[in-house]
Design a protein around this ligand. Structure first.
Ligand code: NAI
Length: 244
């Protein structure tokens, strides 16, 4: 159980982030949702966490790619909640295209959100966790980081970078009682993959378990890592076996 723990989830207004917020709230954690898109969706996630599980939940608009905005948001969360125990770096974007034609801007945008965004959050939350001598950092990477994926040079590079970040942070902060792990989803049915829904049967044929995963499947792995005292630097695939 996570009673008394404060969890920050980036990109928590929908998809995997919203499912992770609900799961951590169900385990008793108070929830700070960071969102970049719809404030109505973020508010809905928070009100469900509070009404269903009786935890405190608040939403904060913030672009995780902006170092100063993240500093200000974490300062606000500290003032509202007191500290941070669990950080789920879930915010992510895709801007797919073949590498031979990819613009510099398209590459940078994806790296800025997916990789630098996670660094920014860790950078500004680590001090609070060090003071607590406790922390759980969970970075949402992707099987694209493990296998590569044509059309996703920027995305796969950002997600592979997250694995290096995860292992380094795990080593640096282990002496302070802080773990850092990555969860690597495969094909999960969310807004990010909705344009693939027409190819569901074709995709399923390549997945050993025979179907796409759900946001809840990934949230279960996040909650496991949030409560795992002796696992750090690990990459846990939640992919129906696709990248084994
Ligand atoms: P999604 O598109 O529904 O959720 C992404 C969330 O990140 C959105 O709420 C969005 O507003 C937020 N976000 C985007 N840019 C942001 C920024 N600059 N600052 C703050 N928030 C920002 O997609 P989904 O599927 O829920 O993705 C969640 C994570 O899981 C992402 O990191 C994604 O790369 C990863 N993932 C998803 C897979 C899938 O098949 N759906 C597979 C592997 C990894």
């Amino acid at each position: 159980m996570l009673n008394g723990k404060i969890a920050v989830i980036t990109g928590g207004a929908r998809g995997i982030g919203a499912a992770a917020a609900a799961k951590l709230a169900a385990q008793g954690a108070d929830i700070a949702v960071i969102y970049a898109g719809s404030s109505a969706l973020a508010a809905q996630v928070c009100s469900q966490c509070s009404s269903l599980h009786g935890v405190k939940a608040r939403a904060y608009p913030c672009n995780v790619a902006d170092f100063d905005a993240v500093r200000q948001t974490v300062t606000q969360i500290r003032s509202d909640f007191g500290t941070v125990h669990i950080l789920v770096n879930n915010a992510g974007i895709t801007r797919d295209g073949l590498v031979a034609a990819m613009s510099e801007q398209t590459f940078d945008e994806v790296l800025d959100v997916n990789l630098k965004g996670a660094f920014n959050m860790i950078r500004h939350c680590a001090g609070l966790m060090i003071r607590n001598r406790f922390g759980r950092i969970i970075n949402i990477t992707s099987v694209a980081a493990l296998t590569g994926n044509p059309g996703q040079a920027n995305y796969a590079a950002s997600k592979a970078g997250l694995i290096g970040l995860t292992k380094t942070v795990a080593r640096e902060l282990a002496p302070r009682g802080i773990t850092c792990n990555a969860v690597a989803p495969g094909f999960i049915a969310t807004d990010m993959t909705k344009e693939l829904s027409g190819q569901a049967a074709q995709l399923a044929a390549g997945i050993p378990l025979g179907h796409m995963g759900t946001a809840e499947d990934v949230a279960q792995a996040v909650a496991f890592m949030a409560d795992a005292p002796y696992i750090t630097g690990e990459v846990l695939r939640v992919d129906g076996g696709i990248a084994m």
